[in-house]
Ligand binder design. Structure first.
Ligand SMILES: *Cc1c(COP(=O)(O)O)cnc(C)c1O
Length: 869
């Protein structure tokens, strides 16, 4: 073997189109069809060949072709329009600076192990990454002072091939970063910038790549540099590859390396957003920085927590990222001293006593001021999952809330439909995409035209699907007949159902395979047949997921499913786009409630594709009975088999009785009127809310801006406030066992009229704490007897009007009580007046920490409830 050095010789861009290179290196092109058109027009087959990667395109296009377009007037016109649009986009005043002028020069940092921005950029495995990508795009549209931080994987996730037996083969291409729309970050002298991170016994150097996503920069870290040994160079080889050791190293590079990269670039964020637990080690590095600067560790923890938001995406306990204590010792023991922490203190940051593991989700949860799930249902599931860490706190007051995911409209809406919307929606519909009125106007689109565009998209999708199948068969060296056969596969006239996503078993791609005879009747129906398109990758270590793929592959080769059920390979953003824009129905069948949110159905709805899903993730919030289809009921099951059986049955019945008849119900012109009404209703109700513009605005209002302000407040004057807060919390923790309510007396509760106050008195012991340090309050709400599982944490019994009940309060309200006197024994007498709304309500009294400096009333989850009264 010998050493080769490579150089790349690119054609020279003619002067008149010299800014194409700049356009190629800003992923703004990825959500602007006209910008893509600029490349496609030069050489459309090359554009497809390079998978829409403009940097690679410009390296490979011929000089003559460039010269030719540089002489075409129509090309130059498009060029100047697009470049003007880009300039306007980058310089126009923004939503953020308009609403938060005081925070314009501050920074929000967003850490994620995946970023799914465009197909030329394979640093994603599924929904988590796609969400991060769409989040960045909307952050750019809205003008947030925002940077992303992630890892750059030499082989991405992996490329999927389906072999002749139907097994998934994972291939690991070595990406050439110099042929991607990214740029290495350099020192002022032009040399590459490297950032060091310590791993046991060595230092790993990270190279930094800048990705421009409109106005936003994403920095991706790359360990594949010559200064590192071969094993370390492979650390950023694959997304979610390798063993636990690789995983912890990757997470150290991302979390600790990521913070150092920002510092090296002179970036000092005030708000830090941890997108899933993988990046949570950034907390450790930020604490270390403050401790090194002389801040006591407990105050450092408070200051770090103040500016941190954590978004969790995992609804199952087994899905969280965990490490053994030994592994944490191996990688962090050198830091314990620097952090001013004992080993026990450090482990306690992420320790799960029940499982005896260090849990990245817990680390993030404990060190973040703000925490959210990604749909309303997922918020509930997350609160329930973590309630053991909040003993005594009513479920709804656990400080984990939710912001429902969305999708970036311009990235996912077919250009053909954008044209239609340009004609029939109001001017500026893109800017007003969060308003319901904007989408009401969909009713003005003539049904024939909407249907015509849909059919065009469907025909295009069928061509792409056949190409995919042909590609599989050619590569697998199948007989010519089998290769030719695919031209007969998939009929654009038939009701087409798409199912494409990661092949995780809980997503139940095989739900319909539970009854093959019934499925066979559907696909062979003489007048009203149905066809199915499947696609998706299984994690290379997930054998069960791969078996699902094989199971479906085998079905596709059996009669009568051949040609009516197909399995496409290498599901990625480009294939997702075609399917989501071209099928009639988008199917989602997760085992409820395991889908945290899901977003592909939102992309489908945006394109007039009907969503048909289990009521899981985002769908219960969107489904109104008339804008899509719900499979099964919003209920809980205790065993998978029953759940799968019921859901399969519901899905078949829904298809047979509702979906298929409706789709084939045509008027004289062959137009399915009722179906198009459904498409319109879906377009009117889903996109206005389920988009990332709404989502990122919510992140700003609820988390980013409060986090920035809280961080500023707590960090000022050498973290003065953080020090106070830390010692206040310590004092509360140490003395809380002495806090209790001795007795509660309520006035006459019989026949209370609306608006009449009910006097309440409580005798409260505070130990050495003072009334200023606590809040004594009456809490009242609806009584939920059906929730006894939470009762174990709420020893207080609640006085219903004239009866006693053990239960759980929901829709909780709070009324503060005030100290009337300190009794001679040292207890405090508190008084309050409860003014009750109409109906039957439960109430009780509790003591909790006074929460003035807290981000949430239960930031410190301590509470003392009244005994039975
Ligand atoms: C949107 C998207 C996802 C996430 O969709 P789910 O609803 O979670 O399945 C995954 N992969 C790709 C390529 C996507 O575009």
């Amino acid at each position: 073997m010998y050493f080769i050095r490579t150089v790349t010789v690119a054609p020279r861009l003619p002067e008149k189109i010299s800014r194409l290179d700049e356009l190629a290196r800003n992923l703004w092109f990825s959500w602007n069809p006209r910008a893509q058109e600029l490349f496609r027009r030069i050489n459309s087959s090359l554009w497809e060949e390079v998978k829409h990667n403009p940097v690679c395109f410009l390296l490979n296009v011929s000089q003559e072709q460039l010269e030719k377009v540089a002489k075409s007037e129509s090309y130059l016109l498009l060029y100047s329009q697009v470049m003007e649009e880009l300039d306007r986009y980058l310089s126009a005043p923004t939503w953020f600076s308009h609403h938060y002028p005081g925070h314009d020069h501050h920074v929000i940092a967003y850490f994620s192990a995946e970023f799914g921005i465009h197909e030329s950029h394979p640093t994603y495995s599924g929904g988590l990454g796609l969400l991060a990508g769409d989040h960045c795009k909307s952050a750019s549209d809205l003008g947030l002072p925002f940077v992303g931080v992630g890892l750059l994987y030499k082989s991405g996730y992996f490329t999927q091939r389906i072999n002749r037996e139907g097994w998934q083969e994972a291939h690991y291409p070595r990406l050439n970063f110099y042929q991607m729309p990214i740029t290495p970050v350099t020192n002022p002298d032009g040399s590459p910038l490297y950032v060091p991170v310590e791993l046991p016994g060595r230092t790993v150097y990270l190279k930094i790549w800048r990705v421009r996503v409109g106005r936003v920069q994403v920095y991706l870290l790359d360990a594949d540099v010559t200064a590192n040994n071969m094993a370390d160079r492979a650390l950023t080889g694959q997304l979610y590859g390798g063993d636990r050791e690789t995983r912890i190293c990757q997470e150290i590079l991302l979390g600790i390396g990521g913070v150092r990269v920002l510092r090296a670039l002179g970036i000092h964020p005030l708000a830090w957003h941890i997108n899933e637990g993988h990046a949570a080690f950034l907390l450790v590095e930020r604490i270390r920085e403050l401790v090194q600067a002389g801040v006591p560790v407990k105050a450092a923890v408070e200051a770090v927590r103040a500016g941190t938001l954590f978004t969790t995406h995992t609804p199952v306990p087994a899905g969280h990222d965990v490490f053994s204590a030994e592994m944490i010792d191996k990688y962090f023991s050198h830091l314990y001293n620097q952090l001013g922490m004992t080993r026990e203190d450090f482990l306690a940051l992420g320790w799960d006593e029940e499982q005896k593991v260090f849990n990245m989700t817990l680390l993030a949860l404990r060190l973040s001021s703000y925490c959210n799930g990604v749909s309303r249902l997922h918020g509930q599931v997350t609160r329930r999952m973590f309630r053991r860490f909040y003993p005594g706190i009513p479920m709804e007051e656990i400080p984990i809330s939710s912001i429902t995911n969305g999708v970036h409209i311009n990235s996912w809406l077919a250009p053909e439909l954008q044209e239609l919307f340009d004609r029939y929606l109001e001017d500026g519909w893109r800017q007003n995409c969060c308003h319901r009125q904007t989408w009401e106007r969909v009713s003005a689109i003539p049904s024939e035209e909407l249907w015509e565009v849909h059919c065009r998209l469907k025909a295009k999708m069928v061509r792409i699907a056949r190409d995919n199948l042909r590609g599989q068969r050619l590569r697998n060296q199948e007989p010519a007949l089998r290769v030719r056969e695919v031209e007969q596969y998939l009929d654009p006239g038939i009701l087409t159902i798409g199912f494409a996503r990661r092949f995780a078993t809980y997503k139940r791609a095989n739900l319909l395979l539970r009854d093959k005879e019934r499925l066979a009747r559907l696909v062979t129906h003489p007048q009203h047949p149905v066809q199915f398109i499947f696609a998706g990758k299984a994690h290379p270590a997930d054998r069960l997921g791969q078996e699902l793929i094989k199971q479906i592959y085998e079905l596709t080769n059996q009669e009568p499913f051949k040609g009516r059920v197909v399995l496409l390979e290498d599901y990625d953003i480009a294939l997702a786009r075609s399917l989501l824009q071209g099928v009639d129905v988008w199917l989602n069948t997760p085992r409820r409630p395991l889908e945290a949110s899901g977003t592909s159905g939102q992309k489908a709805a945006l394109n007039g594709v009907i969503h048909c899903s289990i009521l899981d993730g985002w769908w219960p919030e969107a489904y109104d009975g008339e804008n899509g289809f719900a499979v099964g009921e919003a209920r809980e099951y205790h065993d998978d088999e029953t759940q799968d059986r019921d859901d399969a049955h519901s899905l078949f019945a829904l298809l047979e009785e509702t979906i298929i008849p409706m789709y084939y119900d045509r008027d004289q012109k062959g137009i399915p009127r009722a179906w198009i009404e459904l498409m319109k209703r879906s377009l009117q109700t889903i996109p206005p809310f389920f988009n990332t513009e709404r989502m990122v605005k919510e992140y700003c209002q609820q988390y980013y801006v409060p986090a920035m302000e809280r961080n500023l407040h707590l960090s000022r004057n050498g973290c003065e406030r953080a020090r106070h807060l830390a010692s206040f919390k310590e004092r509360l923790r140490e003395n809380w066992s002495l806090v209790h309510i001795e007795s509660v007396k309520a006035g006459e509760t019989r026949a209370l009229g609306v608006g009449e106050p009910l006097p309440v008195e409580a005798v409260v012991w505070l130990g050495p704490l003072t009334p200023e340090e606590v809040m004594v309050e009456i809490v009242y709400g609806r009584v939920d007897d059906k929730c006894p599982e939470s009762f174990e944490h709420m020893p207080g019994a609640f006085c219903l009007i004239d009866s006693h009940s053990n239960g759980q309060l929901s829709n909780i309200n709070r009324t503060p009580m005030t100290v009337a006197e300190q009794t001679s024994t040292g207890a405090y007498l508190y008084r309050g007046n409860l003014i009750l709304p109409q109906g039957t309500i439960g109430f009780t009294v509790r003591v909790r920490p006074a929460s003035d400096g807290f981000a949430h009333i239960f930031e410190l989850p301590l509470v003392a409830w009244a005994p039975q009264f």
